[in-house]
Design a protein around this ligand. Structure first.
Ligand SMILES: Nc1ncnc2c1ncn2[C@@H]1O[C@H](COP(=O)(O)OP(=O)(O)O)[C@@H](O)[C@H]1O
Ligand SMILES: [Mg+2]
Length: 438
C-alpha cells in the first residue's frame, strides 16, 4: 500500500513517523520544502505547492498513491481531496465544502445555529460596515474581530490583546473591508482557559483523542506576539488539570453534533480529523473555532501517546470501520515544546545553523519543522524549527525530560521554558477556579 503525506512541517513528520512504524506500507511525501525528517522515512519526495490541486493529483498518480493524508488546512480549502477522490485516491481529510468548517468562520457559526448546537458566544456576521458600530456598542463585554477565511493564525484580533478599544476594533473592520474582505465575524470575547479536543472521523464514527492545551504566545508567561503554537501538553487521565469531567464530555458531544451537522449540510461523509478549539468559561464550555486537520504542535502529543497503529486507523477511516478498531492512547502525560529561531515570529533569523545532535532520542521524540539539511548541517528556515515530545506518568515528569533535552540544542534559537511547568498550570487552575466560584 502506498500512503502519501501532503505537507512538509513537523505535523506531517509526526504523521509520517507514526505510519512508518508499520513496515507493511510505503510512504511518499509532497510539499513545499524538503523536510529531512520526513524524507528519511519515504520512498519518494515531491517538492511543490500543496494548494496546486493539479500538481498534487498528478504527483499522487505518478506514485500510485492509495491513500493520502492531507496535513495542513490550505490544500483542504483548495479542494485537493475533491480532486484526489475523483480519481479513486482515498483521503484522510475533508472535501472543500466540508473544510469550510475551518476555512470560513461565519459558515461554522451559522452551521451551529442552524443545527441548534449551543456552544457559540454572541456573534454577528457583517458584509460591510453597515451596523458594525451598533452591534459593537450593544455588546457589554470586549469584542473579537475575525476575518472569514484562512489567515494562518494572523487575522483574529482580540480586545485587550491586539486591540485596545472599540474604536480600534472599528478601525480594524474598516481596514479588512478596504482590503477586500467579504465577510467579518464580530464576537463577544469569552474569558477562560482554552483547550482542544480532536477526534478521528470515518464519516460514521468518531474516536476522541485526549484533551490538549496549546500555547500561542511567543514568550514565557503568555507574553509577546501570537505564533503557530510554541508547545502543548496533555495529562495522564486524558483531561487537563483545570477541566472537570463535564467539560470534556461536553466538548466531545459538540464534536459529535458538529460532525453530524456538517455531513447533513453537505450530503457527504467527513473523513479525517475534526478539531474543536474550545474555551472553558464560567458557565461551562464554549466553541472558539473548528479546524479540519490535526493541530500543530498538538499532533505530536497525540501520536506520541497513540498505541494503535496509525496505518490501521488510516485504513479504518478509508473503509468506514473505525468502530471495529480499538483505538488506544497510553495513560500517560505528554509535553511538547518547539525550538524556534531568534526573532520568531516577526523577524526570525534564517539560514543559521542549529545543532540537535546532542539530543537523546531515546528520551524524547524529535520532529523536524522549518529546517533544511545542508552540507554544513541543519539550518533554520525561519519558522518553528524542531519539536520535542516526552511522555511520563505526570506532566511535571514529561516537562523535565523535554527541558533537559531541549537545552542541548545549540544555535540562535529559543523555546518556552514554562510550558508544562507546575507554576504555569497552577495559574490556569486558579484562574478558572476563581472564575467559576466567584
Ligand atoms: N470569542 C472569543 N473570545 C475570546 N478569545 C477568542 C475568541 N475568539 C478567538 N479568540 C482568541 O483568538 C485566538 C484565535 O482565534 P481563532 O478563532 O482560533 O482563529 P485562528 O486560529 O484562525 O487564528 C484564539 O485562540 C483565542 O485566543
Ligand atoms: Mg485557532
Amino acid at each position: 500500500m502506498h500512503i502519501a503525506i501532503i505537507g512538509t512541517g513537523a505535523r506531517e513528520h509526526a504523521i509520517a513517523w507514526k505510519l512508518s512504524l508499520d513496515p507493511t506500507v510505503q510512504l511518499f511525501n509532497f510539499g513545499p520544502t524538503h523536510n529531512p525528517g520526513i524524507a528519511g522515512l519515504c520512498q519518494a519526495v515531491g517538492i511543490g505547492d500543496v494548494t496546486d490541486v493539479t500538481a498534487v493529483l498528478q504527483w499522487c498518480q505518478e506514485q500510485k498513491i492509495d491513500i493520502a493524508w492531507i496535513g495542513p488546512e490550505a490544500p483542504l480549502a483548495a479542494g485537493v481531496v475533491n480532486a484526489l477522490e475523483a480519481f479513486g485516491i482515498a483521503c484522510i481529510g475533508p472535501t472543500q465544502q466540508m473544510a469550510r468548517l475551518e476555512s470560513s468562520k461565519s459558515f461554522t457559526r451559522e452551521l451551529l445555529d442552524k443545527y441548534e448546537i449551543q456552544a457559540s458566544p454572541s456573534y454577528r456576521v457583517f458584509t460591510s460596515m453597515d451596523g458594525v458600530a451598533d452591534y459593537m456598542w450593544s455588546l457589554q463585554d470586549d469584542v473579537v474581530i475575525k476575518p472569514d477565511g484562512l489567515t494562518g493564525g494572523k487575522g483574529v484580533r482580540v480586545m485587550g490583546a491586539q486591540l485596545k478599544t472599540r474604536e480600534d476594533a472599528m478601525a480594524y473592520c474598516s481596514e479588512l473591508f478596504a482590503e477586500g474582505a467579504k465577510r467579518i465575524v464580530i464576537e463577544e470575547k469569552l474569558v477562560g482557559q482554552e483547550f482542544s479536543l480532536m477526534s478521528f472521523s470515518d464519516g460514521k464514527h468518531l474516536v476522541h483523542m485526549p484533551a490538549v492545551q496549546d500555547h500561542k504566545r511567543a514568550y514565557v508567561g503568555d507574553a509577546g506576539p501570537n505564533t503557530g503554537g510554541m508547545g502543548s501538553y496533555t495529562d495522564a487521565n486524558h483531561s487537563l488539570p483545570f477541566l472537570n469531567e463535564h467539560d470534556v464530555i461536553f466538548a466531545r458531544q459538540i464534536n459529535e453534533q458538529t460532525l453530524y451537522a456538517i455531513q447533513e449540510e453537505c450530503g457527504e461523509e467527513y473523513k479525517g480529523i475534526i478539531y474543536g478549539g474550545f474555551i472553558a468559561v464560567r458557565g461551562g464550555v464554549r466553541l472558539i473555532e473548528y479546524n479540519a486537520r490535526f493541530g500543530d504542535p498538538e499532533v505530536m502529543n497525540m501520536l506520541s501517546l497513540l498505541k494503535t497503529s496509525l496505518v490501521d486507523i488510516t485504513k479504518a477511516i478509508a473503509e468506514r470501520t473505525l468502530d471495529q478498531l480499538h483505538v488506544e492512547f497510553a495513560p500517560l502525560a505528554s509535553v511538547c515544546k518547539y525550538v524556534v529561531p531568534q526573532g520568531y515570529p516577526d523577524k526570525p533569523v534564517r539560514g543559521e545553523p542549529i545543532d540537535i545532535t546532542q539530543v537523546d532520542q531515546a528520551k524524547v521524540q524529535l520532529f523536524y519543522g522549518a529546517v533544511d539539511q545542508t552540507e554544513g548541517g541543519l539550518v533554520l528556515t525561519g519558522s518553528r524549527a524542531v519539536g520535542l515530545v516526552a511522555t511520563g506518568t505526570t506532566i511535571a515528569e514529561a516537562e523535565q525530560v523535554v527541558e533537559q533535552e531541549i537545552k542541548k540544542i545549540t544555535g540562535p534559537v529559543f523555546h518556552r521554558e514554562d510550558i508544562g511547568t507546575a507554576a504555569l498550570i497552577d495559574e490556569r487552575i486558579t484562574m478558572l477556579r476563581n472564575l467559576r466560584h466567584a
